[in-house]
Ligand binder design. Structure first.
Ligand SMILES: [Fe+2]
Length: 138
């Protein structure tokens, strides 16, 4: 059951406290929507997650981007482009929500998409800056 859980996992840990604490907050919010899908509050929690993400995305991406800049991370350009394309992807979800309105199916879809995107991004993309940031802070 734990493998199916959408909770934050230790394998997502970058070892950079500011980033890990932001990532954990994100997974707490995704988990809330995930649990709501099995109750009657999916619609309400979908709206809550979208509202949370609207602020979280700019806050979290700017944190990462300034840390990458300070660490002179060589792949910063590629990484920030991925952030910009996620912002576009998120805007599409927001307009889908405003056109269709919140329902349980959209809640499931958003929950899956958000969970998959963030897990993949942390493991495949964020992890690459870790050695540079650690070296920089030595
Ligand atoms: Fe990132």
């Amino acid at each position: 059951m734990d493998n199916l859980s959408n909770k934050w996992k230790v394998e997502y840990e970058t070892g950079i406290p500011e980033i890990d604490s932001q990532h954990k907050q994100l997974f707490t919010h995704i988990e809330t929507l995930s649990l709501a899908i099995y109750s009657n509050s999916a619609k309400k929690e979908l709206v809550t997650l979208i509202n949370f993400l609207r602020n979280y995305i700019s806050w979290h991406f700017s944190t990462e981007e300034s840390l990458m800049m300070q660490a002179h991370y060589p792949d910063i350009h590629k990484h920030t482009e991925i952030h910009r394309s996620f912002e576009k992807f998120f805007q599409k979800i927001e307009s889908e929500l405003s056109q269709k309105g919140a329902d349980k199916y959209l809640a499931i879809e958003v929950e899956n998409k958000m969970h998959d995107w963030w897990v993949n991004h942390i493991l495949q993309i964020d992890m690459k800056y870790v050695p540079f940031m650690k070296d920089h802070n030595k």
